[in-house]
Design a protein. Structure first.
Length: 574
């Protein structure tokens, strides 16, 4: 790749003509460009920059843009430009200086000849954009941000793309026939990008609705066919919402939606909002659907009253068997559920029967999709399966390694704590997380909650956006702050809530050492009692989730000596 040039000129007819006349490449060469004003930016690629600029001049969506930057290089080809365009869209969106006007249907991550060499050369382009003030933060900072991780500007994996395309076909078929759709289920292990699919779909539907009828769709867009006449008209004035049961993830996605054209934070809802709403939604997408609740004793007394009142309002009477899943059905015409039943982490979550019935319904109408490609953990699907089988006592094979993925079992907590701090200094987003095996006494004024080898730490001091809080590197995150999030490195503390019985050769649960009150209380409303084996399933699911948060690596410390010895068969020991 040769030295790239960045040509800057005004976004008006004469300036474009003057620039085009300066070189034949300005109307017959693959380039990447941006068009912006002080607040908005559009990123594109083309092989005929002059013609494309003239098309943009008459587009209603580009009115008010002032400046053009064209990135041109003698070694550029179409594949390189598509790749660079995709990177710039993602980075500008995460940077927050500009509102990015692009749709997300054309984002790619395709391989091509010498891609690694080209991407190394991209770094120089990114740095020049930082120096010119178009980007305000470094690329590592942007990559670690929530806006980047949950951006709708993602390249979909093949299984994600297939699911999205078939879901769109189903949805538009139902709209055309004025029919309510059967529930759609997308199931996937941790890291397969379920939340990304939810956000992507919301953005894509918005882009189709807002698309300019006079401007031809990008032919390279994966979903270009849906931008044709007829589709946008079907989406006019539809009510579409994204339901997120967990508080922390919900707050994070509200921030992402607030920064994304065509989306707004009011689209991100909690289940109680749906139940209390007077709106009948045309489509509700429910992320982490396994975290919807059945009837139980709510943490706040007012929520118990609200649960009853919602049931009466929706169904005419209160029945303790109604769940938040029933609310979703009642308040929407079509539903898409994204779930991983193995990530149910407390008794209040939907029970396995409700989830199985939901999956069976979707399968019976060919509306069931499985995500398998690993987007988070660089150890891949094999690592996810390995951890899951170990935590469920179903693995008896040899120790496995996962390429460059850095997974270690530490015999010293102090050493693991130091290692995580070092990784945080090097890469950022490296945190300690743990099972709820210590009481939360800092809430009552104590100085710390956890003391291991004289290292004294507190649980997370906030229950939302904890990962990005100033004090998080000195704290331990609970499951409720990290489920759904990515970290570069995770230091997992497996506490005394579980141990290992060498005689029985199985993991055991210790109720007396599990301090999540709501995580172990019996459901008196439904007259359900949870045995130690029942709770063991929830607690080992918690550890499965914690062990799959790390993108680049996972470090593990185990309090119980027998369990540490048992796990040393499967992980390299430091």
């Amino acid at each position: 790749m040769t030295d790239s040039e960045i040509h800057v000129f005004g976004f008006e007819r004469q300036a474009i003509a003057n620039w085009a006349a300066a070189s034949h490449k300005n109307n017959n060469w693959p380039v990447v460009y941006t068009i912006n004003n002080a607040n908005q930016i559009y990123v594109g690629e083309t092989t005929n920059a002059e013609l494309r600029m003239r098309q943009h001049l008459v587009s209603a969506t580009k009115v008010g843009l002032k400046n053009v930057n064209v990135i041109i290089d003698d070694s550029f080809n179409k594949s390189v430009c598509l790749d660079l365009e995709s990177h710039l869209i993602k980075y500008f969106h995460a940077d927050e200086k500009y509102e990015v006007l692009n749709g997300n249907g054309g984002i790619t991550d395709a391989d091509y000849f010498d891609r690694d060499l080209y991407r190394q050369a991209f770094d120089d382009i990114f740095q020049r954009l930082v120096e010119s003030g178009q980007l305000t933060r470094s690329i590592p900072e942007l990559i670690n941000s929530d806006l980047f991780k949950y951006s709708p500007f993602k390249a979909l994996t093949s299984d994600q793309a297939i699911a999205v395309e078939e879901i769109l076909e189903l949805f538009f078929h139902n709209l055309e026939n004025q029919a309510n759709g059967n529930p759609v289920v997308i199931q996937g292990d941790p890291g397969t990008g379920k939340t990304i699919v939810a956000v992507y779909l919301m953005k894509l539907l918005s882009d189709i609705e807002r698309s300019d009828a006079d401007e031809a769709p990008e032919v390279d867009s994966l979903f270009a066919d849906f931008f044709q006449a007829g589709y946008r008209e079907m989406l006019e004035n539809l009510q579409i919402g994204l339901v997120i049961p967990q508080l922390s993830l919900r707050k994070t996605l509200k921030k992402v939606f607030a920064r994304t054209p065509g989306l707004n934070e009011a689209m991100v809802l909690e289940p109680f909002e749906i139940g209390s709403s007077r709106v009948i939604y045309d489509l509700l997408i429910v992320d982490e659907a396994h975290r919807l609740q059945q009837r139980n004793n709510q943490p706040a007394a007012q929520r118990n009253i609200q649960f009853r009142e919602i049931n009466k309002d929706l169904f005419g009477y209160d029945d303790i068997t109604f769940t938040q899943l029933d609310w979703i059905y009642k308040r929407s015409k079509t539903q898409i559920f994204l779930l991983d039943s193995a990530q149910s982490v407390k008794p209040a979550d939907l029970d396995s029967k409700a989830i199985s019935a939901l999956v069976d319904t979707a399968k019976s109408s060919s509306a069931f999709f499985t995500l398998t490609s690993q987007m988070r953990v660089e150890g891949g699907e094999d690592y996810i399966a390995y951890v899951s089988s170990i935590m469920s006592d179903s693995y008896s094979g040899p120790k496995k390694h996962f390429g460059a993925y850095d997974v270690k079992l530490f015999s010293s907590f102090t050493a693991m704590n130091n290692a995580i701090r070092n990784k945080n200094s090097e890469l950022g987003l490296s945190r300690l997380v743990g099972g709820f095996a210590w009481p939360w006494v800092t809430r009552k004024g104590a100085a710390f909650d956890i003391d291991i080898e004289g290292v004294q730490l507190a649980w997370n001091r906030r229950n939302y956006d904890w990962i990005n809080s100033e004090t998080s590197v000195d704290e331990v995150g609970s499951i409720h702050t990290v489920q759904g999030y990515d970290l570069n490195f995770t230091g997992v503390i497996i506490g005394n809530d579980i141990g290992y019985d060498p005689s029985a050769k199985k993991i055991i649960f210790r109720r007396e050492n599990y301090f999540d009150v709501k995580g172990k209380e019996n459901n008196k409303v439904l007259n359900k009692k949870y045995s130690d084996e029942d709770l063991k399933v929830f607690v080992t699911s918690i550890y499965r989730v914690l062990l799959t948060r790390g993108v680049k690596g996972t470090y593990i410390y185990v309090v119980d000596e027998n369990l540490r010895k048992h796990l040393s068969q499967y992980f390299d020991v430091v």
